[in-house]
Design a protein around this ligand. Structure first.
Ligand SMILES: [Zn+2]
Length: 113
């Protein structure tokens, strides 16, 4: 488990928010899911998921690997939208910039369901 995941897990525990980790019955195995799969949270590392926040120096092999991951991510998101499941994505860079804002955002969404 990465620090990124661990910090979220600790936060949810502290807030007594019930979650499920890596539920394989859901598309793409979300990092966290809530309320019996009504809400899913994906934590995306910027490098692996090809975030456009940086000019990544990649060779062609990595470039194609990461573009496969990015197109998978899009398909997974579409599946959730079709099923009416709330999809939340958190980019690593946004999280590092302001952890509190990301936690608050997720808490707000959870409170509305
Ligand atoms: Zn990023």
């Amino acid at each position: 488990m990465s620090l990124f995941e661990k910090e979220f897990e600790d936060y949810f525990k502290k807030k007594k928010i019930k979650f499920k980790r890596n539920d394989r019955s859901l598309p793409g195995t979300p990092d966290f899911s809530f309320q019996n799969g009504a809400i899913v949270l994906f934590l995306h590392g910027c490098y692996w998921h090809g975030h456009n926040c940086k000019e990544w120096k990649l060779d062609n092999i990595w470039r194609s690997r990461i573009s496969v991951t990015a197109s998978k991510d899009i398909k997974i998101r579409e599946q959730y939208l079709e099923q009416g499941i709330k999809y939340i994505r958190c980019w690593e860079c946004e999280y590092k910039k302001n952890k509190d804002a990301q936690f608050k955002k997720i808490e707000y969404i959870l409170s509305r369901y």
